[in-house]
Design a protein around this ligand. Structure first.
Ligand SMILES: Cc1cc2nc3c(=O)[nH]c(=O)nc-3n(C[C@H](O)[C@H](O)[C@H](O)COP(=O)(O)OP(=O)(O)OC[C@H]3O[C@@H](n4cnc5c(N)ncnc54)[C@H](O)[C@@H]3O)c2cc1C
Length: 805
């Protein structure tokens, strides 16, 4: 065995083998995979092998399409059959809500390059005569769905990787991973030690144990899962053609043909986490004892929908474990806080996803960034809050909801109150409906009283609509207050802080006591942050950004941090606060501070340390509401006092507390995008319009400078636009297809109802040639085409006068 490698991958399941293949294919030959036993000795050997494209995230769906289309190439390269049966597959809905969901999925497919279409129930019955079509309302068809042989796929990846020059060693368990001072890793096995520039934890069922070797706790959890295979079914024999695969959402079932019988798997309503305390090192080639009682009600439902099942004998029952992450999506990428340690864990649908995971990881390692936004799979979407207990609770929730519909306005119940602010009880007592982001509870909206503080999950406008309208009215005409604990605060100090941030941020650094908006770019000029940078004194800066992205940004800052001259801390949990906004917000503020907060005393974009409500704060004159407004940050122990003072002082001004939904509505009428939706690494600064904040002429060679200059000179192919839509009881959320003269020309990134201007608004990217004021489009919303028109100017206060007043 060699003693040095550029990359060592730990784990020879389908995920590790795909990473090996993609690294080698993309040019890195000095890569080696270590497998403790035979290849596919974890979940991979006992998978059902069904493959499909639909996922909760469009980019993951796109990558699932990529994975499936890779199987032909793998067979050719490796000379090994992967048992690919591209039977096509349908997604069956038996409730109107599920049918709506499928319509939404089809809309996404239109721009993801997938070929999904609705087929009639008659066609379902013709293709799959065992199904009782009367149980369903609709079926979406995807021609590339089907099934493969899991073990053969894993071997085909490994053999293909070898064709490209990579190596793998079986029967080579990794027993230690020791970091060296130069950032490399010594990977210790009984057969020798390899020093690796980078390592990848792709240990599937043992991801936790391999993580522990490097001192990492990964919040993944194996879950027990059943599928069964029937004896020969005469109707299948008689049909003569192979049956398509299927997913029946309401009964939580997936099924496909297996020889002359059926294979049927199900996600039961009560999950069984497996080996919470850790996966035994000697587990591998055995299955778990089946427990058919656990899935009996699912089997009953199945035989109502596929009656031949009820008559068929069961030939084989498989109960095997596989690993889930807290939101059901893979967790990949460089592990924050670690050097040269990569993860590819929690991949729960490896035969649909491993190709995409391998591709993205290889691009990320070799080129420094993946070619598409992988936020939905990025391990940095979880932080310290995601303990292994949290991982178990959320993974179990996710397992039971595998095929259950989650509405765009729905907040899932498990693992709640993991992180709360000092104001939590107070806000709940005021009628707050809470959501959660990066583990932290935050207010979505306020009901008139706590008894009404719940929201009906729906694709359409919910019972929150009128409450949010009231909150918007208060901010636009009087004064409102919103807790601002769910933003990230990054603190940089030291003589090198200015120079460091000048390189990290594409915008201009502010003078002392001022703040600026700035994008942060990748070397390829993609957006990596939409940030506000504030300078408290010559060598102290705060960077405010998306709370969800705080760990991703911490990783980015750490990665580029010089050895000395800058000290950096993520202070998001230490600086909470309250923002007040609206035409009467200055009046309110002046009552609780001795500072001069007049238009001259505290100018738009000023920031300072002072006292408000008698507590020490950082006070900034800025607001995401598009109104006159102030953000007041304080340490959590002062938040209750600050809130009391604001509420007391605001009583006769009819101060109204508001939540995130209102903020999101207010920003729509200003045409402002938000991070993770409109602004993310799928887009460049020039495409998004954030180039307005790029200091093209600044001296510092900021990351992405060359790329953004080229993009500016060349002009973007697509642009972010704001559209007003013709709808009545429904608004876009994100990912709806945008049509122009019948052709799909882009997609929606965010939207909703702008209550003050009384318009339904969509933000989305369309071809630059079409990004003109007044240009008309159609947006596909739950299967219906709705008219939409570009508005070039903000719908509210287009000159920004109110904000600057
Ligand atoms: C019953 C069942 C049905 C399923 N059906 C489907 C399906 O239809 N479609 C689908 O897409 N997915 C399905 N899956 C899920 C799929 O099996 C997994 O997503 C996939 O196998 C995960 O692959 P992996 O490489 O991440 O992990 P694993 O397959 O667990 O591989 C991890 C590998 O790492 C090795 N390893 C661990 N520790 C070490 C160490 N210290 N040193 C060296 N090597 C180590 C192990 O030996 C193992 O080979 C199913 C799973 C189950 C259980």
């Amino acid at each position: 065995m060699q003693t040095h490698a550029k990359v060592v991958i730990i784990g020879g399941g389908v995920v590790g083998c795909s990473i090996l293949f993609h690294l080698a294919k993309h040019g890195w030959k000095d890569v080696v995979l270590l497998e403790r036993s035979e290849l596919a000795s974890g979940s991979s050997w006992h998978a059902a092998g069904q493959i499909h494209t639909i996922s909760s995230d469009p980019n993951i769906s796109r990558l699932q399409g990529y994975t499936i289309n890779l199987y032909k190439e793998l067979e050719e390269l490796s000379g090994q059959s992967v048992g690919h049966h591209p039977t096509g597959g349908f997604y069956l809905a038996s409730s109107p809500e599920r049918l709506d969901y499928l319509k939404q999925e089809r809309s996404k497919a239109r721009y993801m390059g997938l070929d999904q279409e609705f087929i009639s129930l008659q066609e379902v019955a013709e293709m799959h005569p065992l199904i009782d079509p009367s149980k369903y309302l609709g079926a979406l068809w995807d021609p590339i769905d089907g099934y493969i042989d899991p073990s053969s796929v894993t071997h085909a990846y490994a053999k293909s990787a070898r064709q490209y020059g990579a190596q793998y060693h079986r029967n080579t368990p990794v027993i230690e991973t020791n970091p060296r001072a130069d950032g490399s890793w010594d990977v210790v096995t009984p057969n020798g030690t390899i020093n690796a520039e980078m390592i990848v934890n792709a240990a599937g069922l043992w991801a936790r144990e391999v993580g522990h070797l490097a001192g990492i706790d990964l919040p993944v959890q194996p879950m027990e899962h059943h599928y069964l295979i029937t004896e020969t079914i005469p109707e299948i024999e008689a049909h003569g053609k192979e049956l398509p695969c299927g997913i029946d959402y309401e009964s939580n079932l997936y099924f496909r043909q297996e020889q002359q019988g059926l294979l049927l798997g199900t996600y039961e309503p009560s999950a069984t986490p497996w080996k919470v305390e850790g996966t035994p090192l000697d587990f591998g080639h055995e299955l778990l004892p089946p427990d058919l009682d656990r899935i009996a009600d699912r089997l009953k439902l199945a035989s109502e929908r596929i009656p031949a099942l009820g008559r068929a004998g069961i030939k084989n029952v498989v109960n095997g474990p596989f690993t889930f992450g807290p939101d059901g999506n893979p967790m990949i990428g460089p592990v924050p806080g670690m050097k040269n340690y990569w993860a590819a864990v929690g991949v729960m649908a490896g035969f649909c996803q491993a190709g995409g995971v391998g591709l993205c990881l290889a691009e990320w390692m070799i080129e420094g960034e993946p070619s598409i936004d992988v936020w939905a799979m990025d391990i940095a979407r979880f932080g310290e809050f995601a303990t292994h207990e949290y991982g178990t609770i959320k993974s179990a929730e996710n397992y039971t909801r595998r095929f259950i519909l989650t509405y765009p306005n729905e907040e899932l119940p498990a693992g709640r109150r993991q992180k709360t602010t000092a104001l939590y009880d107070r806000l709940v007592a005021r009628g707050a409906v809470m959501g959660t982001g990066f583990g932290l509870e935050h207010v979505l909206w306020f009901a008139d009283k706590p008894e009404n503080a719940h929201e009906t999950p729906t694709f359409r406008r919910s019972n929150a609509f009128e409450y949010v309208a009231d909150e918007v009215r208060a901010v636009r005409t009087g004064v409102g207050a919103v807790e601002i604990a769910n933003f990230a605060n990054h603190e940089f100090k030291g003589p090198g802080a200015g120079a460091f941030l000048d390189r990290m941020l594409a915008g201009r650094l502010p003078k002392v006591g001022r703040l600026n908006l700035t994008p942060m770019l990748t070397p390829k000029g993609k957006l990596y942050g939409d940030l506000t940078v504030a300078r408290l004194d010559e060598d102290t800066f705060y960077v405010f950004g998306s709370g969800a992205a705080q760990e991703m940004h911490r990783r980015w800052f750490d990665m580029h941090m010089p050895d000395n001259g800058v000290s950096y801390r993520n202070r998001s949990d230490e600086l909470h606060g309250i923002a007040i906004s609206g035409p009467r917000s200055r009046e309110l503020l002046s009552r609780i501070t001795r500072d001069d907060v007049s238009a001259q005393g505290l100018r738009f974009r000023d920031i300072r340390r002072t006292a408000v409500g008698g507590v020490p704060v950082i006070l900034a004159r800025i607001s995401f509401s598009g109104e006159l407004g102030f953000e007041i940050y304080c340490a959590p122990q002062y938040q209750v006092k600050l809130c009391e003072q604001i509420e007391d002082a605001g009583r006769d001004l009819e101060l109204k507390l508001y939540g995130a939904r209102t903020l999101l509505s207010l920003r729509l009428e200003k045409g402002w995008g938000v991070w993770t939706l409109d602004f993310r690494p799928d887009f460049t600064a020039v495409e998004s319009g954030l180039d307005a904040f790029v200091a093209f002429d600044k001296e510092a060679d900021f990351i992405g400078k060359q790329a953004v200059l080229t993009q500016r000179d060349k002009g973007p192919e697509k642009k972010l636009v704001t559209m007003v839509m013709g709808t009545d009881d429904i608004d876009v959320t994100h990912d709806e297809a945008i049509f122009h003269n019948g052709e799909c020309v882009g997609y929606v990134t965010s939207g909703g109802f702008a209550h003050h201007v009384q318009k339904s608004v969509a933000l989305g990217y369309v071809a630059t040639a079409l990004a003109k004021d007044g240009e008309a489009f159609e947006i596909e919303l739950l299967g219906e085409m709705k008219p939409a028109k570009i508005v070039a100017e903000p719908l509210y206060d287009s000159t920004g006068e109110r904000m600057r007043s």
